[in-house]
Design a protein around this ligand. Structure first.
Ligand SMILES: Cc1cc2nc3c(=O)[nH]c(=O)nc-3n(C[C@H](O)[C@H](O)[C@H](O)COP(=O)(O)OP(=O)(O)OC[C@H]3O[C@@H](n4cnc5c(N)ncnc54)[C@H](O)[C@@H]3O)c2cc1C
Ligand SMILES: NC(=O)c1ccc[n+]([C@@H]2O[C@H](COP(=O)([O-])OP(=O)(O)OC[C@H]3O[C@@H](n4cnc5c(N)ncnc54)[C@H](OP(=O)(O)O)[C@@H]3O)[C@@H](O)[C@H]2O)c1
Ligand SMILES: *[C@@H]1O[C@H](CO)[C@@H](O)[C@H](O)[C@H]1NC(C)=O
Ligand SMILES: *[C@@H]1O[C@H](CO)[C@@H](O)[C@H](O)[C@H]1NC(C)=O
Ligand SMILES: *[C@@H]1O[C@H](CO)[C@@H](O)[C@H](O)[C@H]1NC(C)=O
Ligand SMILES: *[C@@H]1O[C@H](CO)[C@@H](O)[C@H](O)[C@H]1NC(C)=O
Ligand SMILES: *[C@@H]1O[C@H](CO)[C@@H](O)[C@H](O)[C@H]1NC(C)=O
Ligand SMILES: *[C@@H]1O[C@H](CO)[C@@H](O)[C@H](O)[C@H]1NC(C)=O
Length: 549
């Protein structure tokens, strides 16, 4: 296992950047933001559905774009491989540890097998972080909201798609825009747009030049010499799009005794894993499995392993209000699942039993019962929501200080995108291009700050801010109004038939609608509408009659 220091060697926004003030980069006239320096070079960090859309649009608008991703190819969360991530740490490690960066850049280093006690395999996996997606994973959203422009799914595609179909879809989009891993520059003299297997370690604002300095590390495997070549260098940009996705690391719950149990092996194999490593059900043949958690990963993995496992238990925390989305998961657990209350602690195993697996150990539940004979534990306990490049990202996964377009209010040469649904990305990417080329204008910083402080116009990711419909309309009205004033093509709203499908799917499958066909034209007309809660007791939900989804 990697030592903790290496598990999360991610960059951090430097102190300088955190204090970067808006004033030196841009000023505002009475009513709008004006950038002092022309914006030509843009870095996009992350090549998932969000970053690919941003990069494609910025290239179309003649920016000099660099797209960095730590993974070996495009797809983001959907870059499925059989490779599993480096095992998570027990308990969670702090996420703000700074990456090792050599003092003099550029630099290279050739890592040998076992160097610093780390295998080449683990070094490679720690660098790019294989995705938390399993072979039989299907979407929990209708195809219309995970569709990228110009690469439609086949006409007879089902409503929900296999992760492999999504993966090919995203690759097709990347290829169409010359952003795939082996694509060459369109003009051979221009620098390549993409940099895969290249992790951004640090992002800092250089006040003297008003540029963003990106420090990266690229890894290359050299099988002929059995080494990994690491190269570090820096590049400078006028603007940066952060498209690194909503999850930074798996979350391991802080349950007494769990860290100890995580070290117990049976014939050399550990029995406690986070759901990020789940790939296929065969491993669970004839096993008694305990799943911790009751959300989407928990219910879907339970469904996948149920035909193989001899029994499946799920430990569920009890809550007053259960989000609608969570109710769906309760209903999707296989009927043979045995629900258990929250775990109090994992009892320490006697030393003579430590190499015979966890099945000899006792798990104490909060209601006083003791569970014995579990072969495997799957922690479907979610992810740490954070963003190493954005200060003040809240614990529940919400970036702060963002204008509703995704621009960072303290310095709008920085922008954030997280596509839910993916279809919002086409408008958001266009907004980045237009604002930075000067054919659309953000309000004054004062106005953005006021709107933000008044609770209006928060960019909070779709599902917890406003119904999709309002956000779509807000973009369309604003972008087209700006194009009318300043030039640029017009955009169309999301097609009515797709909205219908989304409404139908969410009301049927998620129990409560997440979008609406009401005629809102901007956020101000929105009725107050929070994340809908099922308001049902979790335990009632388990025995819900209407099981037949
Ligand atoms: C198990 C699972 C199932 C899901 N199922 C669905 C679903 O059915 N429907 C749905 O709509 N959504 C689903 N999602 C949500 C998923 O996050 C989105 O579908 C989508 O992938 C988000 O796109 P993104 O581009 O914002 O981020 P991601 O797809 O996460 O892409 C972010 C990219 O940034 C890169 N990156 C991160 N840090 C760095 C760095 N420091 N340097 C360089 N590159 C970096 C990563 O390597 C990654 O490729 C699921 C998520 C999970 C975990
Ligand atoms: N397409 C698909 O089918 C699919 C599959 C998997 C994931 N996803 C997506 O991936 C994202 C993450 O989903 P996820 O299910 O992995 O994570 P999640 O939704 O964050 O759920 C985490 C679960 O872990 C539980 N938990 C956390 N700490 C716990 C503790 N100490 N004891 C007991 N339970 C604990 C939480 O319970 P509490 O409610 O008590 O906090 C919750 O049930 C979601 O966006 C989801 O839609 C999609
Ligand atoms: C990009 O540059 C090309 C070639 O100069 C030009 O034809 C095109 O209009 C430009 N695109 C935009 C969006 O400015
Ligand atoms: C699982 O149990 C069944 C029935 O007892 C048995 O036939 C099968 O061989 C077992 N499989 C494994 C992999 O142990
Ligand atoms: C604890 O909960 C489990 C699952 O509902 C139940 O089988 C068991 O009897 C409970 N124990 C006590 C002491 O109530
Ligand atoms: C982050 O939040 C803290 C506390 O709310 C605040 O003082 C600080 O100004 C914020 N930083 C930025 C960059 O927004
Ligand atoms: C459209 O642009 C004009 C001129 O900049 C501005 O006065 C008006 O408020 C804008 N309307 C919308 C809906 O953005
Ligand atoms: C749509 O707008 C009209 C005119 O403003 C209004 O009367 C009607 O109530 C609106 N419909 C909804 C569903 O809000």
């Amino acid at each position: 296992m990697l030592n903790a220091h290496f598990v999360l060697l991610l960059g951090a926004l430097s102190a300088a950047a955190q204090q970067a003030t808006f004033s030196s980069q841009s000023t505002t006239t009475q009513d709008r933001t004006v950038f002092h320096h022309p914006i030509k070079r843009v870095a996009v960090i992350g090549a998932g559905p969000a970053g690919l859309q941003a990069a494609a649009k910025l290239v179309e608008h003649n920016f000099t774009v660099r797209l960095f991703d730590r993974a070996p190819g495009p797809g983001g969360n959907w870059f499925y491989t059989d490779e599993t991530p480096v095992r998570e740490s027990y308990p969670d490690t702090p996420i703000d540890e700074e990456a090792y960066i050599p003092e003099h850049l550029p630099a290279t280093h050739y890592y040998e097998e076992g160097e610093e006690g780390i295998t080449l395999e683990d070094r490679w996996k720690e660098h790019w972080q294989p995705r938390p997606v399993w072979d039989n994973l299907h979407t929990n959203s209708p195809a219309v909201i995970t569709e990228l422009p110009d690469v439609p799914y086949l006409p007879d595609s089902p409503w929900v798609l296999s992760n492999h179909v999504i993966q090919r879809h995203v690759r097709a989009y990347a290829s169409l825009h010359n952003l795939n891993a082996n694509d060459y520059p369109i003009v051979s003299s221009s620098p390549p747009v993409t940099a895969y297997s290249t992790r951004v370690e640090k992002l800092e604002k250089i006040e003297s030049s008003q540029t963003w300095r990106v420090t990266v590390r690229k890894l290359e495997r050299l099988p002929e010499t059995n080494q990994i070549k690491a190269s570090w260098w820096t590049e400078e940009f006028d603007s940066v799009v952060i498209a690194t996705g909503p999850y930074v690391a798996p979350h391991v719950p802080d349950i007494a005794g769990l860290a100890d149990w995580s070290k117990i092996s049976d014939a050399g194999q550990y029995s406690v894993y986070h759901s990020q490593s789940y790939r296929r059900p065969e491993r669970y043949q004839n096993k008694t499995v305990l799943i911790v958690g009751a959300s989407v990963s928990a219910s879907e993995i339970a469904r996948d392993i149920a035909p193989y496992a001899s029994s499946v238990f799920a430990s569920v925390r009890r809550h007053e209000n259960v989000p609608a989305f969570r109710l769906r998961s309760f209903q999707r657990f296989p009927s043979t699942t045995q629900f258990l209350p929250e775990i109090a602690h994992f009892e320490s195993l006697p030393s003579e039993a430590r190499d015979q697996g966890i099945k000899h150990g006792n798990i104490h539940l909060k209601n006083g019962s003791v569970l014995h004979g579990i072969d495997e534990v799957i922690l479907a306990t979610g992810y740490i929501h954070s963003n190493i490049f954005l200060p003040n990202f809240t614990a529940d996964g919400q970036p702060t200080n963002l204008h509703w377009t995704g621009h960072w209010i303290p310095d709008p040469t920085l922008a954030y995108t997280n596509v839910r649904p993916w279809t919002i990305g086409r408008y958001q990417s266009y907004a980045f291009a237009k604002v930075w080329e000067g054919t659309a204008h953000l309000p004054s910083q004062k106005q953005m700050r006021e709107d933000y402080d008044n609770g209006k116009y928060h960019f909070r990711g779709l599902f917890s801010s406003a119904p999709a419909e309002a956000l779509f309309r807000q973009y369309v009205a604003w972008l087209n109004n700006e194009s009318l004033e300043n030039g640029g093509r017009f955009v169309e709203p999301w097609p009515m038939q797709n909205r219908e499908v989304f409404v139908y799917y969410s009301e049927r499958e998620w129990i409560k609608g997440y979008t609406t066909l009401a005629n809102f034209t901007d956020f101000e007309q929105l009725p107050s509408r929070e994340w809908p809660t099922g308001k049902a007791d979790a335990w009632d939900a388990i025995v819900y009659d209407d099981h037949d989804w």
